[in-house]
Design a protein around this ligand. Structure first.
Ligand SMILES: *Cc1c(COP(=O)(O)O)cnc(C)c1O
Length: 426
């Protein structure tokens, strides 16, 4: 479907039924697949022939949805995982082992920050953090001889900082390592990381891609252009024989799909972060309207940000789509059509008023989730950052008056009215 516009790809890419087959993506709810001969199944196990044999490694329903996402991002191949966290963890482990090092932007989703700073450390993989707006020189300074990848979150959840994508790509390619970008908040509708030099893209499909808060999921998309063979000594897992497959060399056997092939047949086999076919089916339904929902989320969020800015009971508003926001120029550069539907703001009077505001909302719901069709709110001081002292929260960039608002696709007047009535109670 590569010649079509992204809107058409959202609806039509992936599953292509043949004559007389079901019009809608079938849910292949089967752990295993049947073969006529011992020898043929043997060839599958030796990777000499493509085919499905066990859904821990691969499943057709999941693969059709992965193909759609690869098409949306303009990538060569994609693998779905059981969650966004699983996609990030496995992407790192597909390139790194004990003794290796990563350079990452410092503004990260909380789960990714813990993975990088605590869990990877226990596995012997170290991480250096740089500012999301760092220039290439600053990023190169953080790179070591054992660095295997550079990582960045395109729009940080919840800090809403924008990644200086070009500098990160330039730094990574100067030293010969891939750039991995988490494109969860902008989605491929608003941001095209491969066109700016990213080599791999990860997503929490749980967010806008699913869009209806039904299924946890993730994926990794490979652009298929990073030259692993050129840096063969740095990436032995891809360029040297794999003993667990009688010596297969992924770059030789799978060419530009080497990364996703190794990810599937080695890491999925050994670790099993596999998605459920039913969840892939639900994700596909979400993807069919992604191009309609994302612009609506952005328009409603901009209207909410402008409204909150004028409200006397609001002390500050952070939204990269506002012309006076510190991130506005970077946002315009990489996401000219809009950023996302998530914003944050401060309630005048601090923690107690923030709680009263939350409890007075009628339409917006208090949930941990973001990027849902329904407007959702969270008070980090009462929820995700509850264990921190007020001083620690200021250091983390999460003051105690902060509300994280994920603006949905309802009528914007109804959303503004709900915010207004709750703010006016204070
Ligand atoms: C939610 C999120 C993740 C983690 O994804 P899960 O699907 O919850 O595991 C990673 N990155 C970003 C930017 C997220 O918002």
């Amino acid at each position: 479907m590569s010649d079509y516009h992204i809107d058409t790809k959202c609806v039509q890419s992936g599953y292509q039924p043949e004559n007389g087959e079901p019009r809608i993506l079938p849910i292949i709810q089967s752990t295993t697949f049947k073969y006529k001969s011992t020898e043929q199944l043997g060839r599958l196990f030796d990777l000499q022939e493509p085919g499905y044999f066990y859904s821990r490694l691969a499943n057709p329903t999941c693969d059709y949805v992965a193909a759609k996402i690869a098409d949306l991002e303009g990538g060569n191949s994609c693998v779905l995982t059981s969650s966004g966290q699983a996609a990030i963890m496995m992407t790192v482990l597909n390139l790194c082992e004990a003794g290796d090092h990563i350079v990452s932007c410092s503004t990260l989703y909380g789960g990714t920050f813990n993975l990088f700073s605590v869990t990877l450390k226990k596995l012997g993989i170290s991480v250096s953090f740089v500012r999301p707006d760092a220039d290439a020189e600053e990023i190169i300074k953080a790179i070591q001889p054992n660095t295997k990848l550079v990582y960045g979150e395109m729009v940080a959840n919840p800090a809403l900082n924008i990644l200086n994508l070009e500098s990160f790509a330039q730094a990574a390619h100067t030293v010969g390592v891939p750039l991995i970008v988490d494109n969860t908040f902008p989605t491929p509708i608003n941001c095209r990381p491969f066109e700016w030099g990213a080599d791999l893209i990860v997503h929490s499909t749980t967010k806008y891609m699913d869009g209806h808060a039904t299924s946890i999921g993730g994926c990794v998309v490979d652009h298929g252009t990073f030259d692993w063979e050129k840096y063969a000594d740095r990436f032995p897992g891809l360029t040297r024989p794999d003993d667990s497959y009688h010596g297969v060399i992924y770059t030789r056997q799978f060419g530009p799909a080497a990364f996703t092939a190794k990810f599937t047949v080695q890491l999925m086999r050994d670790m099993g972060f596999s998605p459920a076919p039913m969840n892939a089916f639900l994700l596909n339904i979400g993807l069919e309207t992604l191009h309609l929902r994302v612009p609506r989320h952005c328009a409603n969020a901009l209207a909410a940000a402008e409204f909150l800015k004028r409200h006397p009971n609001v002390s500050w508003v952070k939204y990269p789509g506002l012309a006076d926001d510190s991130q506005y120029q970077l946002a315009r550069k990489y996401m000219p059509n809009g950023v996302c539907g998530v914003l944050s703001f401060g309630v005048r009077g601090g923690r107690d008023n923030a709680v009263r505001f939350m409890d007075s909302l009628k339409l917006s719901s208090i949930v941990t989730h973001v990027c849902d069709a329904r407007t959702s709110v969270l008070h980090p001081a009462s929820h995700t950052h509850r264990q921190l002292t007020d001083e620690q929260m200021v250091l983390a960039g999460v003051p105690n008056d902060m509300i994280r608002l994920s603006v949905g696709i309802e009528n914007s007047e109804d959303i503004l009215h709900d915010l207004d009535q709750a703010l006016n109670i204070l």
